[in-house]
Design a protein around this ligand. Structure first.
Ligand code: NAD
Length: 319
């Protein structure tokens, strides 16, 4: 049994911490939201009054997990403020900090550096698999940090996830996460554009699916997250685009990819364009939708309608 402080008990952190309790670990938790604390207490997590109290309670040999909305939250919590000590300052020497939030690669590296300077050890361990994966302990973890620290965290990660990949040193878990999600964002837009083009050309959704899903156009965005209802009955398109993976989260992850693109100077035109497209989607119609709902934006912004197109072609042909 390991004693664990788990901070950030929201949509993801709450069920992840509950799975650690189910596996027999002692989990001391904190979140700023009373509703999150209530749910955590019901799941057997020992709720305390602050993050610092949780970290103090684990003592030496414990592990501290964070699952926060952004990198700012992680750095601020590690560092503390003028009036409040940070988590690093109150932890027993050599404590292992595992941050599972999705944050920028340079923020993750800064968090590692802060932990090391304070005499602690750390891993970046972002996840994919969403709330369902957090609840069912089927998350994928992408981990950055040292070999010994990874080995120590592995049994805990295995109680919350199914696929755990050690991607390399500090920040490389976050790097793997944003590279994967950049592929995903671009390919979901590509699949949406192909379906709308197919519609305009008179192709049924099923016919395009039957061809592309068995040909070189095959991708997760098509065969699992198919953006039209019918061909894949479990995809969000069949339930009015309820997430799934929300467009707002895709926009956030593509923003982190853009930060990394700026940092490295890579000529990633499609990644940058995908960010623009999802930023607009998340700010408008797609706010509460799965990111596959981008197909409705493609459809709405497409002109002219097919009958106008065919009549103009007839006119041009006649001229
Ligand atoms: P959430 O907003 O539901 O949960 C985050 C929680 O952190 C909130 O309850 C907030 O009160 C708490 N928090 C913030 N600062 C804190 C502090 N200093 N101390 C204690 N608690 C604090 O968000 P979520 O959906 O659980 O996502 C968490 C992270 O996981 C994000 O970085 C997100 O990008 C990533 N992620 C989410 C999903 C998903 O499907 N929701 C999937 C993969 C990755």
């Amino acid at each position: 049994m390991t004693t664990i402080a788990f901070l950030g008990l929201g949509h993801m952190g709450g069920p992840m911490a509950a799975n650690l309790v189910k596996a027999g670990h002692r989990v001391i938790g904190f979140d700023m939201m009373p509703a999150a604390l209530e749910a955590a207490a019901a799941a057997g997590i020992e709720v305390v009054a602050s993050g610092q109290d949780a970290v103090r309670s684990v003592g030496s040999g414990g592990v501290v997990f964070t699952m926060f909305p952004s990198g700012r939250h992680v750095i601020d919590a590690y560092r503390g403020t003028e009036t409040e000590p940070g988590l690093l300052a109150v932890a027993a020497p050599g404590t292992l900090f595992v941050d599972s939030s999705t944050i920028a690669v340079d923020e993750a590296r800064a968090a590692h550096a802060l932990a090391e300077a304070a005499g602690h050890r750390s891993l970046d361990a972002p996840v994919s698999g969403g709330v369902v994966g957090a609840e069912n302990a089927t998350l994928a973890f992408m981990v950055g940090g040292g070999d010994a620290d990874f080995a120590e965290a592995l049994p805990l990660l295995e109680t919350m996830g199914r696929r755990i990949v050690h991607c390399g040193g500090a920040g490389l878990g976050q790097a793997a996460k944003i590279c994967n999600n950049m592929i995903l964002g671009i390919s979901q837009i590509a699949v949406a554009e192909a379906f709308v083009l197919g519609e305009r050309l008179g192709l049924t959704h099923q016919a395009l699916f039957d061809v592309a899903s068995n040909a070189s156009g095959q991708s997760w965005a098509l065969t699992t997250n198919c953006p039209v209802p019918g061909p894949v009955p479990t995809s969000p398109a069949n339930r009015d685009y309820q997430p799934g993976f929300a467009g707002t989260l895709m926009s956030k992850d593509l923003g982190l990819a853009e930060q990394a693109i700026d940092l490295t100077g890579v000529d990633a035109k499609l990644g940058l364009m995908a960010h623009e497209i999802y930023k607009e989607f998340a700010a408008g119609a797609g706010a509460g939708q799965d990111f596959s709902g981008i197909i409705n934006t493609v459809r709405a912004q497409s002109t002219p309608a097919p009958d106008q197109l065919s009549s103009s072609m007839v006119r041009e042909g006649a001229a």
